[in-house]
Structure formats: C-alpha cells, structure tokens
Ligand binder design. Structure first.
Ligand code: FAD
Ligand code: NAP
Length: 339
C-alpha cells in the first residue's frame, strides 16, 4: 500500500546533499502506486515533483506538495530479431546497474554510458550522454503518465525531441509527465564506439587487440573514477553547466581572440565548446568559497563540501559572469534548479 510521509528530508535523495524537506513524500514501486499517488495529490490540490536518483537537481528550497520517488522496477527482453534486442526497462531501475545487466546478458550498446548516476526514468529528460554516445542512439520509445489527466502516453524519439543533453521534457513537456518505462534497441553484436579521445587513450594503454563490451565499460568506469568526484565522498551533480554550442562564425571570432580555444564540430555545422575549459580559463579552477567550489580535476563540476544551495548558486552566478565577461558566452546551468 502507498505510504505517504510528511516532512521528509531530501538530503539523502540528492547527490549534492543539499538540505531540503518534502512536505509530503512517497515512493512508488508500480504504475498503480503512481496513479494512487497522483490521485492523492489531486484530491489535496497539491503540486507533484518527481524524483529519481537526485543526481541532476539543485534543491534550493523545501518542496511543497507531494514528492514522488520513482521506483518502478523491471528489465524485460521484449523481442529478439537477428542482432537486435529490444529491452523494456522500468523507470526506477538504477542506470548503471542496467548497463551492467545488459552487458552480462549479451545485449550491447550502453557500455559508454557506464557509471552515470541516477535512475532510468530520468535518462530521457536530458538525453544522457557520455564518451561519444547518447541515449537517443539506443532509444525506441517511452511510456509515461500525463500528470494532470492520468492518461498513458507512448512517445517515440521524435516525440521526445532529443537534442544535445536536451529533450521536450526540458521545454514544452516540462513537469507534464511521469516516465514509467523506456524501451531500448540494443544489439547482440559487439559494435564498440571508441572514438572519444579519453577512451581511446585508456584503451591504447591496455593494449588489447579486441575488447569486449565489458572491458569498455570497465575502462569508462576507470576513466570516470580517475577524474570525477564520487558524490558519496564529495557531493556534486556532475556537470553544472552545459557545454555551449555556438555558430561557426562566432567560434572563428573567439579563436582569433583565444587561439588555444578548443571547439568540437557538430553535425549541424555549429561548434561545441567545453564549459569546463571556459570556467578554468576564468580562474575558477579548484576555488572553494562558503563550503562550495569547483572540482580541482574538472572545473565544470561544482561540489558541495558543507555549503548551502544559496552559496552554490552564488558561485555559479559568479562563474557565469566571469565567462560572459571574458568570452561573451552565456553558460547555462544543466541540472534542474528548484528555487
Ligand atoms: P533526478 O536528479 O532525480 O531528476 C532530474 C530531473 O528529471 C528532475 O527534474 C525530475 O523531476 C525529472 N525526473 C526524474 N525521474 C523522472 C521520471 N521518471 N519521469 C519524469 N521526470 C523525471 N549526465 C549525463 O548526461 N552524462 C553523464 O556522463 C553524467 N555524469 C554524471 C556524473 C555525476 C558524478 C553526477 C552526479 C551526475 C552526472 N550526470 C550525467 C547527470 C545525471 O546523472 C543524469 O542527468 C541522470 O539521468 C539523472 O538521473 P536521476 O534519476 O538522478 O534524476
Ligand atoms: P573530457 O573528456 O574532459 O572532455 C571535456 C569536454 O570536451 C566534454 O564535455 C566533451 O563533450 C568534450 N569533448 C572531448 N572530446 C570530444 C570529442 N572528441 N568530440 C566531442 N566532444 C568532445 O570530459 P569529462 O568531464 O571527463 O567527461 C567525460 C564524458 O562524460 C563526457 O562525454 C561528458 O559529457 C560526460 N559527463 C557528463 C556529466 C554530466 O553531468 N552531464 C558529468 C560527467 C561526465 P561532451 O560532454 O559532449 O562529451
């Protein structure tokens, strides 16, 4: 039966470990429980906030209404067709455990996305990506409940409007749906994607002539552990800023001003800049103030070492001002901020 608790601390439910309380909180382990929770919130005329692993949120206030922790489990092979494996996964599955599970079943394609924190249901929100692969490349569809009407919807990739760390759920679809499951198209064939430089370098060091997807996953985990802080030890929300994507003309102009600027060409002709580099160039690398700071090995990651959300957002705003002043670039915050 659905259990709704009052005044629940969300500190253990967000990887920045910010202090925040949910006025009402419940964990839903099935679609029926989710419907029950939504009905309760409607009956009490309360807003609903969905929470997965809390690894891409900045909880800068208490959350009034009902906070629903999405815990719907399930990993199911839906069909096998030559090399293709269609897998349906519940929103509450842990993303990294899903990656390991699929690899052990011989269903490949997620290995580059190893060790991304959080739960499966949040993966489409920002079209999670790392080391040259993004969710949209493996995505077939998702199932969701429309929060206001309770209607079940199925969305394919074009409905989700996936972009670079972006989707419809950050725009017109924001806060409208609870994603209950996603369906992925994986492969029984080992088609590894090793082009990402950090991955390539690590693989070269191993020197194996033919890698398995499990080895690639292990390499990704090792690279990540070597340069990203583990939220358990150093609370953080991963990249605090999105990598800016700018026009080729603007990139050319910036190159003239800053010859060591690194840009990555995008399929649409635009150029992507590394936000971490911009932050570093403005002198913020490894800076700590009021218990918050930038991580010494990767300036795009802001860390909370006993500070507050106010201090964190102040630091972010100071960094944004420095980057705007030096490069004329407006850095966008990546995690969802609840102010
Ligand atoms: P939460 O933080 O709980 O929620 C994020 C947003 O999604 C919230 O607005 C929430 O309301 C909404 N949401 C959550 N679940 C649902 C649902 N079922 N239905 C509808 N809305 C929902 N991201 C990357 O893309 N690539 C990376 O390599 C990466 N590395 C990271 C490394 C670290 C150390 C950390 C801390 C974060 C990293 N992230 C990365 C960010 C984060 O892990 C991902 O965005 C992840 O998908 C968030 O999942 P979550 O369950 O924690 O979402
Ligand atoms: P990194 O390897 O130090 O690279 C810095 C940035 O340069 C990355 O953001 C990456 O963009 C870009 N980049 C590097 N080589 C590239 C190439 N060949 N083509 C296109 N872009 C390139 O990055 P990192 O911080 O260690 O992170 C490694 C990977 O994990 C990245 O893919 C990153 O996105 C992902 N990650 C994401 C988060 C998050 O919260 N969103 C947190 C940690 C790590 P991309 O980001 O587009 O790959």
């Amino acid at each position: 039966m659905l259990k709704i608790e009052q005044q629940v601390s969300l500190q253990p439910f967000n990887t920045l470990a910010l202090s925040s309380f949910a006025e009402n909180f419940c964990r839903v382990g099935s679609e029926n429980e989710l419907r029950e929770a939504l009905a309760w919130a409607h009956q009490h005329r309360l807003p609903v906030t969905l929470l997965g692993g809390g690894s891409n949120v900045v909880l800068a206030r208490d959350l009034s209404g009902l906070v629903v922790h999405m815990a719907i489990p399930g990993i199911e092979l839906m069909s096998e067709d030559q090399d293709r494996r269609v897998v349906r996964v519940g929103a509450g599955e842990n993303w990294h455990q899903l990656v390991l599970n699929t690899i052990s079943q011989g269903w490949f394609g997620l290995e580059n996305l190893s060790l991304i924190p959080g739960l499966v249901g949040a993966a489409p929100i920002q079209n999670i990506g790392a080391y040259g692969i993004e969710l949209s490349q493996r995505f077939l569809s998702l199932e969701a409940i429309h929060l206001a009407t309770g209607e079940q919807v199925v969305m394919d990739a074009s409905d989700c409007q996936f972009g670079y760390r972006d989707s419809v759920f950050k725009h017109s679809g924001r806060d409208l749906y609870a994603i209950t499951a996603i369906t992925l198209a994986l492969s029984s064939k080992m088609e590894l994607c090793l082009e990402y430089p950090a991955l390539q370098k690590a693989v070269e060091r191993i020197g194996a002539s033919e890698l398995t997807p499990k080895q690639v996953s292990d390499v990704v985990c090792a690279v990540r552990r070597s340069k990203l802080p583990d939220p358990k030890d150093t609370p953080n929300a991963g990249s605090f800023f999105k990598n800016p994507v700018i026009s080729a003309e603007r990139a050319e102009y910036l190159h003239q001003q800053h010859p060591d600027l690194v840009t990555y060409h995008q399929a649409d002709g635009r150029e992507k800049l590394a936000a971490g580099w911009l932050v570093e160039q403005t002198g913020w690398k490894g800076v700590m103030q009021q218990g918050v700071g930038t991580y010494q090995d990767q300036s795009i990651v802001l860390v909370n070492c006993g500070g507050t959300a106010t201090a964190l957002l102040e630091l972010a705003s100071d960094i944004q001002a420095s980057v705007a002043s030096k490069f004329g670039i407006s850095l966008e915050i990546e995690p969802r901020v609840y102010r």
